[in-house]
Design a protein around this ligand. Structure first.
Ligand SMILES: Nc1ncnc2c1ncn2[C@@H]1O[C@H](COP(=O)(O)OP(=O)(O)OP(=O)(O)O)[C@@H](O)[C@H]1O
Ligand SMILES: [Mg+2]
Length: 243
């Protein structure tokens, strides 16, 4: 009589576990690459707007100034000037929103300052940033991922927390780079927010997986009624020459 098998063998189980771990690894890498691809595309569009549309609008503005000098009493020229000024302002704001140049030119902490200030004005939530010593060894990839993650955490504060204030801090502690986003909002059920239930968002999940891909972690502490503290941690082992 043939022996009855009552499940996969030890070897088969190990193979399945290895395949699942590989798969997860690839998903994490994919998640990081998605953010980087988005960043590259945003920068490309921002450059196109700046160099193409922005230049044309500036040229039109110069010609309109000449027209205004030739026809100082014509109200249509004054109206045209105002419209063009609004268009130039709009194109500039769009370029900045797409790819804040501070991140690439002045670094991560300057970008956090800029982000917090911008959201402060728009959201009505009092936001602040304080940072000590941006680690020199962060690669461009890490800077982009950190920036996009903090942006998502602050957007969550605005969208979900009903908070009066949010504080972002960044520091190197116990050999790791830590960024913390603290709010005084209504708090939430962390387990549920990270579950795979239908209708649950993608933001926190993708931050967590991207950090894991870099060897880091996302710690979430939240108490219903007294706010949330989300801490992103990147290990110092990743610090090397500036990337
Ligand atoms: N700071 C916060 N305060 C209160 N609730 C929060 C906070 N951050 C997240 N949450 C809760 O956790 C859930 C999951 O957040 P997550 O960012 O993953 O998704 P989302 O913001 O709903 O959607 P998405 O990010 O995909 O646009 C939110 O729907 C919200 O209920
Ligand atoms: Mg979100």
């Amino acid at each position: 009589m043939k022996p009855v098998r009552d499940g996969p063998s030890e070897g088969e189980r190990r193979g399945d576990q290895r395949r699942a771990a590989d798969y997860l690894d690839r998903l994490r890498r994919l998640s990081s690459e998605l953010v980087l691809a988005e960043e590259r595309e945003r920068r490309r569009i921002a450059n196109d707007i700046h160099d193409g549309l922005g230049d044309e609008l500036s040229m039109a503005r110069i010609k309109t100034a000449e027209l205004a000098a030739a026809h100082p009493a014509d109200p249509r020229v004054a109206e045209l000037t105002r419209i063009l000024d609004r268009c130039i302002g709009g194109a500039r704001a769009l370029t900045f929103a797409l790819a804040p140049p501070v991140l690439h030119e002045l670094g991560l902490h300057a970008a956090f300052d800029w982000l917090v200030e911008r959201l402060n004005v728009r959201s009505g939530v009092q936001m602040s940033f304080s940072g000590t010593g941006e680690p020199a060894g962060l690669t461009e990839t890490e800077r982009i991922l950190c920036y996009r993650s903090v942006r998502e955490l602050l957007r969550n504060v605005v969208k979900h927390a009903g908070a009066r204030s949010a504080v972002v801090t960044a520091r190197v502690r116990a050999g790791a780079y830590e960024i913390e986003v603290l709010d005084d909002g209504k708090g939430f059920d962390v387990e549920q927010a990270l579950s795979h239930a239908e209708g649950i968002g993608f933001g926190l999940f993708s931050i967590r997986e991207r950090l894991r891909h870099l060897g880091g972690q996302l710690r979430i502490r939240s108490t219903i009624g007294s706010g949330s503290r989300l801490t992103m941690r990147l290990p110092s082992a990743r610090a090397g020459p500036p990337g």
